[in-house]
Write a protein that binds this ligand. Structure first.
Ligand code: FO1
Length: 319
């Protein structure tokens, strides 16, 4: 790695993105890594401010996530949910007893006038995370999923309806007036930035909200650091979540190549899985460098291994 350039900015959604973010977190000292997280999945539920992707990332970095489930905390209990059921309250969104503490503290600090970024830093420090985790914006942005039966709030589509409705489109409520967190734009302009890594998250609903914030796409293109994405689609399937199903419903091929096309000229490099090696040349023809690697992250070693591969790839592409 260029010795003067050493900072890395990672962009992550929830479960899939957090796996690679954890690999980077294990490899890089806290001052060298910033993780920007999607907040368009956020919502207000039962009077609480819930930020699912921030929660997933924080719990993952703190080593307290429920690995089997993909979201929430390990060793959780569900007494509050049982009582909510007794009251006939909404119970489609599972809030564990420990997890609720996160939402209570976040909601209280937001009500006191703290920004989402300030609250996130507070929660991270208390969980022992020193690396900077930034919400993409402090302003409310909310994904709305369009279906044949009308529009759904993201968590209603994802959790309540289990991603069953066919998606005809999506939009991000509030995106036009939301401002990217200023530290993100500052980092993107930093001469010491050596890599911008788009983690394997859903390109449409987890990464796109960040890219659509005013000034972000231009700042990514203007940055001298290479922009590298890891494909969330492996052998036509998403490891987790509805990305592949959405692609089919939006009349796109559910392939790594289609993801590269979606990101377009933003990308300097694209990491695809070994099982998709036959797409490498077609992606290179789009003007993007390609690295073929084992991208399915089952173990912690896999997460660190992929993070190493991506950082090495970024060294090759550095200008
Ligand atoms: N995902 C689910 O599939 N079912 C749930 O009941 C659920 C509850 C939940 C509570 C707190 C939290 O931070 C996340 C939670 N998630 C749940 C995950 C989350 O909704 C999704 O993984 C993301 O929004 C997609 O990235």
């Amino acid at each position: 790695m260029n010795t003067k350039k050493h900072k890395v900015l990672a962009i992550s959604g929830g479960v899939g993105g957090a796996k690679l973010a954890l690999g980077l977190y294990k490899l890089l000292p806290p001052q060298q890594l910033t993780i920007v997280t999607n907040t368009a999945d956020d919502f207000e539920h039962l009077g609480l401010s819930i930020s699912p992707d921030l929660d997933t990332l924080m719990y993952t970095l703190a080593g307290r996530n429920n690995q089997a489930q993909g979201w929430g905390l390990a060793g959780e209990s569900w007494q509050t949910m049982a009582m909510l059921k007794d009251y006939g309250a909404e119970d489609w969104f599972q809030l564990g007893d420990k997890d609720i503490a996160t939402h209570l503290v976040r909601s209280q600090l937001l009500r006191q006038g703290k920004s989402l970024a300030e609250v996130t830093t507070h929660l991270c420090r208390k969980l022992g995370i020193e690396t900077t985790v930034l919400p993409m914006t402090d302003d409310p942005v909310r994904t709305r999923i369009q279906t044949a039966d009308g529009e759904l709030a993201f968590q209603h589509y994802f959790v309540r309806e289990q991603c069953r409705p066919a998606v005809t489109g999506y939009r991000f409520d509030g995106i036009d007036s939301a401002k990217a967190h200023p530290d993100i734009l500052q980092q993107l302009a930093d001469e010491a930035l050596s890599a911008i890594i788009i983690c394997p998250s859903n390109p449409f609903v987890s990464v796109s909200p960040f890219l659509q914030l005013e000034g972000v796409r231009d700042a990514l293109k203007a940055s001298r650091a290479p922009v590298i994405a890891v494909s969330p689609i492996v052998a036509g399937m998403a490891i987790k979540g509805p990305a592949a199903k959405m692609m089919q419903e939006l009349n796109m091929p559910n392939s790594a190549q289609a993801v590269a096309q979606f990101y377009g000229d933003l990308l300097d490099g694209f990491v695809i899985d070994e099982s998709d090696a036959d797409q490498a040349d077609a992606i290179r023809a789009l003007g993007t460098a390609v690295d073929v690697a084992p991208t399915v992250m089952r173990s912690l070693e896999d997460r660190i291994g992929l993070a190493e591969i991506v950082l090495q790839f970024s060294n090759l592409l550095e200008s």
